[in-house]
Write a protein that binds this ligand. Sequence first.
Ligand code: SAH
Length: 344
Amino acid sequence: MVIDILNKEEFSKDDIISLLQTEDWYEVQSIYSKADEIRKIYCGNEVYLRGIIEFSNNCEQDCLYCGLRKSNTNLDRYRMSKDEIIQTAQTISDLGIKTIVLQSGEDFLFTGKIIADIISSIKAKLDVAITLSLGERNFEDYKLWKTAGADRYLLKHETANPKLYASYHLNQSLQDRIDHLFYLKSIGYQIGSGNIIGLPQQNIKDIAEDIILCRELDLDMASFSPFIASPETPYRKQKNADINLTLKVMAVARIVLKNVHIPATTAIATLDEYGREKGLQVGANVIMPNFTPNPYREKYSIYPNKKCVKDNPLQCPDCLENSISSMGRKIAAGKGHSLKASAS
Ligand code: SAH
């Protein structure tokens, strides 16, 4: 019975599968309210904003689901200059947001040194935490960036099923990704990972394994985002993820993982008009608004019709403030570092 499982402290794989499998309305509501209760205990009512700068859409990888994949020749590729990146970071900081996420495809023209220089320039000027989300890079670069002042690294495992992983990522292995995450953690990064829900061939057991892998990685941040079919990819005709399954996965992840930051992702906001608000009600405590400036903003097209892509990011905090306060929550003033005592 779902109700009995929800009263446990520790969850087996079978428990997690049972929670993910139920479609009974009352049981699903009880999962949602348990997740909300756990979120309140570990995160309080504050919602952390992380301002993202998507500074390059060039990518050496060919992930089958992603619109930035190397084989997509119909994408207008760009790289922001160092000055543009720093100026955007300044704008985010001026709006009172205390985490800057630097994200890009796997773009090796941004060398380890160039990225380190950007990190130290931002850190010298602004009182912000920096999260990097640059894909798999070499271990020396990770060290260099940590020394330059980076605080966190976000590298999603995407799926914990090694066979599926190999089928979506032609030249990459799940084990490598896990090795990178453990290495990042060992040198003092707060680490974020997570999955995509609703990928082709994926089943509920795979998603349960995703949550278990997040627990084994002892993540500081865990992101569970819905698959959205991207037109210039081999998966263009696949169905988008189901919103209800996405919410259930987020809720179960909160119940199992407890003291971890969980975002209501841009992907869930894209999938469902109220996806962000729904996510915040079932365990999420983070939102990652996009500050990539024009003319680049629309070109970071991982998937189509990204939420807010046509909006002016300067209006973002006010707009989010309205929806967050209407839910009895408030925007956090601090940096929102790891909730784990072990993190540096
Ligand atoms: N190059 C970086 C950043 C990638 S983009 C990296 O590899 O980590 C950030 C995330 O977008 C990916 O990790 C993936 O989880 C997500 N993503 C890509 N395509 C998607 C799609 N079609 N639907 C939903 N999420 C997608």
